[in-house]
Design a protein around this ligand. Sequence first.
Ligand code: ZN
Length: 239
Amino acid sequence: MDKRLRDYISRSKNAVFFGGAGVSTESGIPDFRSVDGLYSQQYDYPPEEILSHTFFCRHTEEFFRFYRNKMLFPDALPNAAHRALAALEQAGRLSAVITQNIDGLHQRAGSRRVYELHGSVLRNHCMKCGRFYPLGHIISSAGIPRCECGGTVKPDVVLYEEPLDGDTIERSVEALAAADLLIIGGTSLNVYPAAGLIHYFRGGNIVVINKSPTPADAGASLVITGPIGEVMDIEGESL
Ligand code: ZN
């Protein structure tokens, strides 16, 4: 782990991590906002439009074509950053992970207190009867995934135009307000309202780890530019 980051963590009694897409790119999950040429060839709409509530309602089948092809990575594994955060929580040094990611990799690495601001692809519910379906149901079905009752099965993923879950926001705000160290990692902080939550942090130190500049850099005690897995890697180190 970066020595400067380690120093801040060792001086902290209650750290919180706030992360985004950059945490998962090292697990092979690309940020869908980084539109490449492939999108424009395969889809008639930009990803932000396809992943909107309106598009889901009007073009449900096209939504799922994009969703299955571009949003699901069932074989992705946690990387060094996920593992470090799980270990920090277990050691009593980190009280929560607040994430904009929807892949469930923090939990898979062993993190327990994870607040998923944008939901999770691992949870899916029938829009008609509310029955739960695992990710496998979405992957193995074709076209629009259906419930036994005939209803459409919708991923518990917050689409554009949809509000964030109130309970998740409340818990995130509580964790941020109680923390003395905020580690912001793998996010450019340009997706709202999620990014606005960091303003609830009242503690002394902010550490930013990202490959590109963020709006939080100016108020940060430490800015580390680099791949987050490498920066946070604690393999073979004691906490
Ligand atoms: Zn149903």
